[in-house]
Design a protein around this ligand. Structure first.
Ligand SMILES: Cc1cc2nc3c(=O)[nH]c(=O)nc-3n(C[C@H](O)[C@H](O)[C@H](O)COP(=O)(O)O)c2cc1C
Length: 331
């Protein structure tokens, strides 16, 4: 069905369609309850749940950060079978992000080039939107600081987000690619202290970039171990434009800077997942594999490489939301 309407959707700019989709999902939520029940009945079949550190995931498939930055449509998305949804990136205050256009589809290689920045409505609206959460899926918040903040100001931003969200989401993600190593350690120490002081059980994940070197991965894993991080999201996008295929130099130059997501980064992400497991054979850390997982075959490869869970973003754009339950059914 999605493959039929996709050429029509792709006639419009990616961000325009994204916003319209969120609007359509909210209509679906308010006025089309019977249709919702049908979608749920088809996509949320009972599957073998996975218990990870006392959190029960109803299957192994989640949605990656960036799709629902403002917690506007997670409840509707969960109807399509996602066991967990990572919201955000959210910051304490509203951010407009980079100039548009800032998202570009690359259909010839089923990938996406993007430079959205941290556009999001800010913590207060995010929290208001979270009131709609039901309890049959897991929510995470990808949190970050005001981009210009450094040192203690940056740490305070993370602390504020954690304090206000810890009763509303089950896990937090901190994107290691966006913080200097020294600041990252200080943020993690501070968050771990807060978690202990408040006696909370939220899980913490560190998201690592697809381009991470083995040396940097070892450093990050050491930092994670020292600060009681529960696991990794492996990986976020790549900045390597040479991975993009089917487009000439001129076309790529026209699109400009940005991070690369989708099919072309799969091998890089897989290598990182394998490396984490090689360095952590006892499976001390949870691994959520992401990056270029486009179908069931990719998901199986990631699980075989040692991932506990998987998350998708680009696959939603190229195959539609039903891809979540299709993958979950076969994993
Ligand atoms: C348009 C777009 C916006 C994104 N925004 C965020 C974000 O705000 N925070 C974040 O950590 N990752 C963000 N991501 C990265 C995704 O969460 C994911 O890590 C990446 O796309 C790789 O997965 P994929 O190949 O399945 O798309 C974004 C990705 C895209 C395509």
């Amino acid at each position: 069905m999605y493959k039929i309407i996709r050429p029509f959707l792709f006639l419009f700019k990616p961000e325009y369609i994204h916003d319209k989709l969120i609007w359509a999902l909210s209509l679906f939520y308010r006025y089309l309850k019977p249709l919702r029940w049908i979608v749920r009945a088809v996509h949320c079949k009972k599957r073998e749940p996975v218990n990870i550190k006392n959190l029960l995931f109803k299957n192994r498939v989640g949605l990656a950060a960036g799709f629902d930055k403002g917690a506007e449509c997670f409840d509707e998305l969960a109807d399509f079978g996602f066991a967990f949804i990572e919201l955000g990136t959210v910051t304490p205050f509203y951010l407009i992000g980079n100039d548009k256009p800032r998202i570009f589809r690359l259909p010839k290689c089923e990938s996406i080039l993007h430079r959205t920045g941290f556009n999001n409505p800010g913590m207060d609206i995010f929290i208001k939107n979270l009131k709609r959460k039901r309890d049959n899926y897991i929510l995470g918040a990808n949190i970050n600081k005001e981009p210009a903040f450094k040192g203690q100001f940056a740490i305070d931003d993370f602390n504020e987000l954690y304090t206000n969200l810890c009763d509303k989401v089950e896990f937090f993600t901190i994107n290691s690619a966006t913080l200097e190593p020294d600041l990252l350690s200080r943020v993690l120490i501070s968050l771990d202290d807060l978690r202990k002081k408040n006696n909370k059980s939220n899980l913490f994940f560190l998201k690592v970039p697809a381009d991470i070197t083995e040396e940097n991965l070892k450093v990050i894993m050491r930092t994670a171990y020292d600060n009681n991080i529960d696991g990794f999201i492996a990986t976020g996008p790549s900045s390597d434009h040479s991975l993009i295929s089917g487009y000439n130099e001129e076309e790529l130059q026209k699109l400009g800077a940005g991070a690369v997501s989708g099919k072309v980064i799969f091998n890089k992400s897989l290598a990182v997942v394998k490396k984490i497991r090689e360095l952590d054979p006892s499976r001390f850390f949870i691994v959520i594999a992401g990056g270029g997982i486009m179908d069931i075959n990719d998901a199986k490869i990631m699980i075989e490489a040692g991932a506990d869970l998987i998350q998708i973003y680009s696959a939603m754009i190229y195959s539609g939301p039903c891809i979540a339950s299709k993958i979950a059914n076969k994993l």
